[in-house]
Design a protein around this ligand. Structure first.
Ligand SMILES: *Cc1c(COP(=O)(O)O)cnc(C)c1O
Length: 408
């Protein structure tokens, strides 16, 4: 008898974005004349930058000739890409990361989801609330949590991100071994300062814990004082893994490329008192279960680091950030408290006493605008909605005009 992994039964029955799609479909059927504007799901809308497209084509041409054809590549990624990443994203910012500490992958969702495989089943895990659901759900699937009770899984230490702490997680009161952090944050759009990250690194060092740091939105940081990578913090090489993605930075959500940094100093501890290299474990995991990202895609990602590529992605990100500015200004004019959007494509809006689904329905029915209900990201998200800046300028402007009418 083939038995199921019953941990899957603990997962909340419905997925946030399918709930949203159902409500939008129903609304659209009832109101076929209204053009719905989607500021909900966090997907980019603008095309790949021209420098990336040219390199992508060139990569395909290489595959068309025996002389330049590539078969299986290194599981960790081609050195041409890993060297550019190390030099540009880390060494240029004073962060001491080498090319062989970078593992190229098909995106940060897979890596943030898969990384928990390296740890024991009974570790104590801290997860912010609200949160990108992947961190939590993959630990549920692995059997690290208990039942789902009153909006929370047993055996998880939740780090409440609320108005009182400016939506930034505080150090846990009970000891933990694994900590998930994401800055700039999805969904709140907030960003931790160097001082705040320094506290987390110190905590991890004191407790022999590990930080999994998701920096998928790093390219949206405008404030030069904010850390772009956790490795700007002294000591982070011993206690932090960083996840990055070309998805939001360079429009790769459908092309698929990202990478994970595992410094050689990170250790995991064994029951016999010894320790092992985390880099070695992740390398073993990837070599066994992953066969690398396609060559043309890695050539396309490499082009992000050319001077044209850099100028083009700066322009792309600036366009989304200007959308975010328009959304923030509208929320301010309408008198809604909000955070995010200054170093992030997401604006986290206080519903002024409304529950997040109630606020969602209000925007959908009165303005034909789709947002994301904060409750889908965790219990602390219930009084909020997330508005995304990923759309065309004209759609964002029209959506904001409609909100001004609907909410005045
Ligand atoms: C979009 C996103 C990612 C990136 O996912 P990919 O798999 O690289 O497309 C990672 N983390 C967060 C928090 C995200 O919002």
């Amino acid at each position: 008898m083939i038995r199921a992994n019953e941990n899957y039964r603990k997962l909340k029955a419905s997925y946030l974005f399918s709930d949203i799609a159902r409500r939008v479909d129903r609304f659209q059927k009832e109101h076929p004349d209204i053009r719905v504007i989607r500021l909900g799901i966090g997907d980019v809308t603008r095309a790949l930058p021209p420098a990336v497209v040219t390199a992508f084509h060139k990569g395909v041409d290489d595959m068309a000739e025996d002389a330049t054809f590539r078969g299986y590549g290194p599981e960790q990624g081609y050195l041409f890409l890993r060297e550019k990443i190390a030099a540009h994203d880390f060494q240029a910012r004073g962060a001491d990361i080498a090319a062989d500490e970078i593992f190229v992958s098909d995106g940060a969702k897979c890596d943030t989801g898969n990384f928990q495989e390296l740890f024991a089943k009974d570790i104590r895990i801290a997860i912010p609330d609200p949160v990108y659901p992947v961190y939590l759900d993959t630990n549920v699937m692995a059997g690290r949590t208990g039942k789902f009770v009153e909006g929370r899984y047993e055996n998880i230490v939740y780090l409440d991100c609320v108005k009182e702490n400016r939506f930034l997680p505080r150090l846990p009161e009970t000891p933990v071994d694994l900590i998930y952090l994401c800055f700039p944050n999805n969904p709140t759009g907030t960003c931790a300062t160097k001082k705040e990250l320094t506290q987390w690194v110190a905590y991890a060092r004191q407790n022999k814990a590990l930080i999994l740091f998701d920096a998928a939105y790093e390219s949206f940081i405008r404030d030069d004082a904010l850390p772009r990578t956790i490795y700007e913090i002294e000591g982070a090489r011993e206690v932090a893994v960083e996840f990055r993605s070309f998805s939001k930075t360079a429009g790769f959500t459908g092309t698929r490329c990202g990478f994970t940094v595992v410094p050689k100093e990170c250790r995991v501890f064994l029951s016999n008192g010894e320790s092992a290299s985390l880099h070695g474990l992740w390398n073993r995991r990837q070599s066994t279960k992953f066969n690398g990202v396609s060559y043309p895609v890695q050539k396309a990602a490499e082009a992000v680091y050319t001077s044209e590529g850099q100028a083009q992605i700066r322009e792309l990100v600036a366009g989304y950030l200007e959308n975010a500015d328009i959304i923030r200004k509208t929320m301010a004019d309408l008198g809604f408290d909000h955070v995010g959007g200054d170093n992030s494509p997401y604006i986290w809006v206080d519903g002024q006493g409304r529950d997040s689904w109630e606020f969602f329905d209000l925007l959908l029915h009165n303005a034909g605008v789709v947002c994301t209900p904060g409750g889908g990201f965790g219990r602390c998200g219930n009084p909020y909605i997330r508005i995304s800046a990923f759309n065309s300028r004209s759609n964002v402007m029209e959506a904001m005009d409609r909100l001004k009418e609907a909410l005045k």
